[in-house]
Design a protein around this ligand. Structure first.
Ligand SMILES: [Zn+2]
Length: 321
């Protein structure tokens, strides 16, 4: 089912800003007309990157044959906490630390003459999947992204779940999984992200009994990709760590299902390259351990990959959020 768009907003500039990479795109409805991804360093702040965004934006508009006046807005999907009402970054968790002091709506108006909208990247990705991907036609959806960190976002009654606290509904990765667990990058301990995300994986592995005898110990960089490969090849420690991570993700999924009552849970993020192992495990676990008297919950892979947040721009600007 396609969703009717309530306004004439069809084209926009959309930036997906992560801690180590960014993508700028010109989008038209459910299509990307032109885009460019590039590596980015968040440690020096956001301000030095604004002229880069401006230059790339105008290059992409030209490439797409779209004038800036044909766009209805400029969307930034940000890897931190955002007050979407004011278009301000509120908390950055160590990335782009100058961002809360930057008036991005004013920057956008001055440079492009466009309306600015910003939200947490997981929320915009869910809007993208809802508008053009795996969440189409659903009203109540949880999206979980498994990657360097773990993102989460919630659609409730066809709208992103929000509260007056900016973290409301958008930090599913910081759901506690283990009260006696590891220190997280957030103030808490034992979050799903602290127990089973890529940034935590090297620590988890090094602390594992028999790590030194595992083939994991030979790796220069420990990623889920290599963990899943070695587990399939029968490396015992890799298999044990992989299974524990699957268990943590499944447990977190049940928590989110109990909290938000979705009809669908969508899994995205780079770690989903191993989705053929992850999804069946989570489906079985959810089937066994979730309390869902209204009916079972579909567990599906995201459909749009890295384009999800870019394609969330039109629904965000159209007020479908
Ligand atoms: Zn946390």
């Amino acid at each position: 089912m396609m969703h009717a768009i309530s306004t004439k907003c069809r084209r926009a500039v959309s930036i997906d800003l992560g801690g180590s990479h960014a993508t700028v795109a010109v989008v038209e409805d459910r299509r990307i007309l032109a885009s460019r991804a590039f590596a980015i360093d968040s440690t020096g702040g956001l301000a030095p990157w604004l002229p880069v965004f401006k230059k790339i934006t105008f290059e992409l508009l030209e490439q797409a044959g779209v004038s800036v006046g044909d766009c209805c807005g400029y969307v930034l999907s940000f890897c931190g906490m955002v007050d979407s009402k004011t278009g301000r970054v509120v908390s950055t968790n160590g990335k782009y630390e100058d961002a809360p002091g930057i008036d991005l709506p004013a920057w956008c108006m001055a440079e492009f003459g466009l309306r600015f909208a910003m939200d947490n990247d997981a929320r915009v990705a869910l809007l993208g999947e809802w508008y053009a991907g795996a969440a189409q036609g659903a009203m109540d959806v949880v999206m979980i992204t498994l990657g360097t960190g773990i993102g989460g976002a919630v659609l409730a009654g066809g709208k992103p779940y929000r509260t007056r606290q900016v973290q409301g509904g958008c930090i599913g990765g910081h759901l506690p999984a283990l009260f006696s667990g590891r220190k997280c990058s957030c103030p808490a301990y034992g979050c799903v992200e602290a127990e089973a995300s890529e940034w935590a994986l090297p620590t988890i592995a090094r602390e594992w009994p028999d790590f030194a005898s595992s083939r994991l110990a030979e790796l220069e960089k420990l990623t889920f990709r290599s963990l899943f490969e070695l587990a399939l090849e029968g490396d015992r420690v890799s298999l044990e760590i992989r299974n524990r991570c699957l268990h943590v993700w499944a447990c977190g999924t049940v928590g989110l299902i109990h909290a938000y009552g979705p009809e669908r849970v969508i899994f995205g993020g780079g770690v989903m390259k191993s989705g053929e192992v992850i999804l069946p495990y989570i489906r079985d676990y959810v089937e066994k351990y979730s309390w869902t008297p209204s009916g079972s919950v579909s567990i599906l892979p995201a459909a749009l990959g890295n384009n999800a947040a870019l394609l969330g721009a039109i629904p965000l600007l159209s007020g479908l959020d």
